[in-house]
Design a protein around this ligand. Structure first.
Ligand SMILES: NC(=O)c1ccc[n+]([C@@H]2O[C@H](COP(=O)([O-])OP(=O)(O)OC[C@H]3O[C@@H](n4cnc5c(N)ncnc54)[C@H](O)[C@@H]3O)[C@@H](O)[C@H]2O)c1
Length: 262
């Protein structure tokens, strides 16, 4: 795909596994990529691996000055900004015991910083005649998960934010959509499963119709599509990239009625 040649994309949280996959698909499609993250070690390693069309900018997205400088660096280095991927997140969540400070931190990273990034990127996109924004939501946006309050609320907010943003950015030629991944092979699942992908797939199999975890690339390809000209009439939408998770009811994948006879 060469339709992303001369295009410039910003990926917040790009230093992690899913973010790296998003950066990679854009590079392969011909775009330049600016990865913004607080994880300098992983960010620098990623940019080195991706080559001259990638840059890493260390910045805390909750700091307006750092975020502004990072987004503007995409313009000075690559000539403009066409796409913004709001992917950075915090999993900080003590459920009902979460403090006010925790609530504010989680919502600041997961929601408010996405708004600020979009507002900073918007005039740069307008200079280029429009663009696209993809916000990361989650399956957690639609369901109750015991012990988790902050993260699901933040991801539900992202879905509605996407609609509001899409409405008010439409006249600038900026489309805004979200993706809602299911369980995806990622830093956190890698850590919790002790790097055991087969085990993670097995645990996920009951509640994903496809019977496994998603791969970071599978999420990244949908993000790329949402930014592409093929999605030119898609805005304010949420795309599930969840192997059917959101459509499965409490009966999961195993027949429930036979249990009546057990
Ligand atoms: N992992 C999954 O299974 C899954 C499922 C559904 C949705 N998602 C979504 O996908 C996205 C990526 O998830 P992940 O599991 O790879 O997360 P992760 O925690 O591995 O990565 C998040 C990245 O954001 C960065 N970050 C955090 N705070 C920051 C800040 N203040 N400034 C700059 N960067 C900051 C981190 O350094 C990290 O690189 C998130 O939006 C998440 O909600 C993930």
């Amino acid at each position: 795909m060469s339709q992303f040649n001369d295009r410039s994309v910003i990926v917040t949280g790009g230093a992690t596994l899913i973010g790296a996959a998003v950066a990679e698909v854009f590079i392969e499609a011909g775009a330049s990529v600016t990865v913004i993250d607080i994880d300098t070690e992983a960010g620098v390693a990623l940019a080195d691996r991706l080559g001259a069309k990638a840059q890493f900018v260390a910045a805390d997205i909750t700091d307006d000055a750092q975020l502004t400088a990072a987004i503007h660096s995409a313009e000075s280095r690559f000539g403009g900004v066409d796409y913004l991927i709001n992917l950075a997140c915090s999993y900080l969540d003590e459920g009902q015991d979460s403090s006010r400070a925790d609530w504010l931190t989680a919502l600041d990273i997961n929601v408010v910083s996405a708004v600020m990034a979009a507002n900073i990127a918007r005039p740069l996109m307008v200079k280029r005649g429009g663009g696209a924004i993809v916000n990361f939501s989650s399956i957690s946006s639609q369901i109750a998960q015991t012990g988790r309050w902050l993260y699901p609320v933040s991801k539900a907010a992202i879905r509605h934010l996407t609609r509001s943003m899409a409405m008010d950015f439409a006249d600038d030629g900026i489309r805004v959509n979200s993706v809602s991944p299911g369980w995806t092979w990622s830093r956190v699942i890698n850590e919790v499963s002790g790097g055991n992908r087969a085990k993670a797939d097995q645990v996920a199999s009951d509640f994903h119709m496809l019977g496994r975890l998603g791969d970071p690339r599978e999420v990244a390809e949908v993000v790329l599509f949402l930014c592409s000209p093929q999605a030119s009439f898609v805005t304010a939408a949420d795309y599930a990239v969840d192997g059917g998770y959101a459509a499965i009811g409490p009966e999961q994948r195993s027949p429930a009625i036979p249990k009546l006879a057990e």
